[in-house]
Design a protein around this ligand. Structure first.
Ligand SMILES: [Zn+2]
Length: 140
């Protein structure tokens, strides 16, 4: 006679929960935390030296505006921050525009965005260390 294992009787909700814990790399949508305007997808993010997060999607430039800073801030890796990056629609602070050897790199911080995952769950992130998805490295 065969014994039935009750533990095998999973509910759908429980399997959803375990999938979440496995940190499935879904495409995550970043939207402005204030006005809801689309910013970029997680696939368009790259990490510079484990510290800065740049958006590599070329069309991202049409979604932000920049404001000059009083004083440029040099970073320890040869980049210089010269402008503040804000949401084009509501002017919320999204990050900084860094310059490196003539290239302009839009760096964003997490607190300006809502992170929308495939299951429709929206999250706020205080730090990049908190994000559950993988971000590829960017070579300067
Ligand atoms: Zn906005």
């Amino acid at each position: 006679m065969q014994m039935k294992d009750n533990r095998l009787r999973h509910k759908q909700q429980q399997s959803d929960e375990s999938r979440r814990q496995n940190r499935v790399e879904d495409q995550v949508k970043l939207t402005c935390i204030k006005c809801g305007e689309f910013a970029c997808y997680s696939d368009d993010l790259r990490c510079i030296k484990g510290a800065h997060h740049v958006v590599v999607d070329g069309s991202f430039t049409s979604r932000f505006e920049t404001k000059p800073m009083k004083k440029p801030v040099p970073l320890n890796n040869g980049m210089t921050i010269q402008e503040v990056l804000v949401c084009k629609k509501c002017k919320l602070d999204w990050g900084n525009l860094a310059k490196f050897e003539g290239k302009e790199l839009p760096l964003i911080h997490t607190k300006g965005f809502l992170f929308d995952n495939a299951m429709g769950k929206r999250k706020t992130m205080k730090k990049w260390k908190e994000v559950w998805f993988q971000i590829k490295d960017y070579d300067l």
